[in-house]
Design a protein around this ligand. Structure first.
Ligand code: FE2
Ligand code: FE2
Length: 188
């Protein structure tokens, strides 16, 4: 049985869950690829990456569990999230620890802003989903803050990498929600 009958609201909730689940999958791929490279080139950063990817796996499981009672199927763009995530992870891993931290900061900042828009849209209409998103968001903020504190590069190249990663993440989110991100902003 579906939890929600109101079609446009339930459609947006489905898109929220789909993109959040796909985003966690992308994050798992980013951190997984970075771990692969960092084990060989930057072992000092591996504990942070291993802990973070464990959080992302838990987040993905949380969203997956919330999907079926709401009649939601996984995002069709999941393979794209996987490929882009892996490439971003390998690319930044090879660039070094600063690039890993810049990537983490940019991804988590973009995701955090997206989750806040979802929470504003949901209001009190789906407390279980809101609570799950809030708990995930708080952990994403922790990832962001750790990365921000750990990076030591703030030059032009760092800004360019930050903008590239944030832009890529935003584009994937927009594509996976078919523009629902924009409509959500109008609805609140
Ligand atoms: Fe996450
Ligand atoms: Fe995260």
């Amino acid at each position: 049985m579906l939890l929600f009958r109101e079609p446009s609201f339930s459609r947006t909730v489905s898109r929220i869950l789909r993109v959040d689940h796909a985003g966690e999958y992308g994050a798992i791929r980013i951190y997984g690829a970075q771990i692969l490279v960092a084990r060989r080139l930057h072992p000092a950063v591996v504990p942070f990456l291993v802990e973070t990817v464990a959080h992302e796996r838990r987040h993905a499981a949380t969203f997956r569990e919330l999907m079926w009672p709401r009649g939601t199927r996984p995002c069709r763009a999941m393979p794209l999230w996987g490929v882009v995530g892996t490439l971003l992870g390998l690319f930044t891993g090879l660039l070094g620890v600063n690039a890993i931290m810049i990537c983490t900061e940019a991804v988590e900042r973009t995701v955090h802003a997206h989750l806040n828009k979802q929470l504003a849209f949901l209001g009190t209409r789906d407390p279980v989903l809101s609570e799950a998103i809030r708990a995930v968001r708080d952990e994403e903020v922790g990832h962001h803050d750790h990365a921000h504190a750990a990076r030591t590069s703030f030059g032009l190249a760092a800004h360019a990498l930050d903008a590239f990663v944030a832009g890529t993440t935003w584009l994937l989110i927009w594509c996976s929600t078919y523009g629902a991100l924009t409509r959500m902003r109008h609805a609140v």
